[in-house]
Write a protein that binds this ligand. Structure first.
Ligand code: NAD
Ligand code: ZN
Ligand code: ZN
Length: 337
């Protein structure tokens, strides 16, 4: 089968022919139709994080397609089912986190396109218990980004506990942020979007943001504090440390700063302000299968729609270059045909 393979950190991916994986007990083989390109894939291929991915690696954790074969012991899925393979490739199912319904925190989890091969390929092997079915009225290309960008931002908004009528700010209007704006609006929240450039801010407005800030021309924290008295919650999906400093400073007393983006940096948090203002700083990592099912239902009901551009798998290195330059509107989705 054809796949895009990372052989070493920071080197271009090679689009090459590799062996098609064989079904093992508990797994299904998915013929991939489309796979979104998440900034995490770029971090993986650059070896940006303290925990390194397997090498060689087939990245991709927004792969969607059709089940073409399955192990005999898989009885809840059928050949022909449309499914997606999320970042949470598998979890142990019996640790305290799994038992409490926080499988996204399982210490024994495997991650698609990181610790196991992912969706930048014509076929991908998945754990049958962790694939999630795609609602009938949704197409592959528009649904792929929901399997990471969608569920991650939907979950982060839940974690923020912001209530209808309250203000939240979405920092970074990229693959994650453009969906965060839509989930926030669908939840009845007032939204401030922060990014840079006319096209990203115009997109934010089009997707329902009530107020947009270009961080290159206006200090977001200062503006948000002076004009809005701070936000109840900020969802920081940006890829730069500066965005996190500013996100922290834009929260009001009692508010929550939800960290989602993953630049490999420290965030020095002022103890005095955090204590006296009762501010919470919370990490949020993807979501559970149930979060994913809910996040797909929003899309099936027409309340959320990923803005996508397609590119053939062969163009992956060009897509990565564009991502590095913050030059993508919404999400780019790779197609395998
Ligand atoms: P992306 O490249 O599509 O979007 C990032 C956006 O951040 C861009 O629009 C860019 O212009 C903007 N940005 C950069 N600096 C900024 C600043 N100072 N202020 C405001 N905006 C700024 O990336 P993505 O796919 O949306 O992923 C974003 C980050 O989230 C990555 O670090 C990724 O690894 C991480 N991520 C985390 C989770 C999780 O579960 N926590 C899940 C998926 C992705
Ligand atoms: Zn577990
Ligand atoms: Zn992702």
């Amino acid at each position: 089968m054809k796949a895009a393979v990372a052989h070493e950190f920071k080197a271009p991916l090679c689009v090459e022919t590799v062996a098609q994986p064989n079904v093992k007990p508990g797994t299904v083989l998915v013929k991939i139709a489309a796979c979104g390109v998440c900034h995490t894939d770029l971090h993986a291929c650059h070896g940006d994080w303290p925990v390194k991915p397997k090498m060689p690696l087939i990245p991709g954790h927004e792969g969607v397609g059709t089940i073409v074969s399955k192990a005999d012991n898989v009885v809840h899925l059928s050949i022909g089912d449309k499914v997606g393979i999320p970042w949470l490739h598998s979890a142990c199912g019996h640790c305290e986190h799994c038992l409490q319904g926080d499988e996204n925190l399982c210490p024994s989890q495997q991650n698609s396109g990181y610790s196991v091969d992912g969706g930048y390929a014509e076929y991908c092997l998945a754990d049958a218990n962790y694939v999630v079915k795609i609602p009938d009225n949704l197409g592959f290309v528009e649904t792929a980004p929901l399997f990471c960008a969608g569920v991650t931002t939907y979950k982060a908004l839940k974690v923020s506990e912001a209530k209808p009528g309250q203000w939240v700010s979405i920092v970074g209007v990229g693959g994650l942020g453009h969906l965060a704006i839509q989930y926030a609006k669908a939840m009845g929240l007032n939204v401030i979007a922060v990014d840079s450039g006319d096209s990203k801010l115009a997109l934010a407005k089009e997707l329902g943001a009530d107020h947009c800030i270009d961080y290159q021309t206006l200090d977001p924290a200062q503006h948000i504090q002076s004009q809005f008295g701070g936000v109840q919650a900020v969802i920081c999906t940006a890829t730069s440390k500066a965005a996190f400093d500013s996100a922290y400073q834009s929260v009001k007393r009692g508010g929550k700063c939800v960290l989602v983006g993953l630049p490999n940096d420290a965030l020095p948090i002022p103890i005095f302000d955090t204590v006296l203002k009762g501010i919470s700083v919370i990490g949020s990592i993807v979501g559970t299968r149930q979060d994913l099912i809910e996040c797909l239902e929003f899309a099936a009901a027409g309340k959320v729609r990923a803005i996508v551009t397609t590119q053939p798998l062969a163009n992956i290195n060009q897509v990565f270059a564009q991502m590095q330059d913050n030059d993508i509107q919404g999400r780019i989705v790779l197609t395998m045909d």
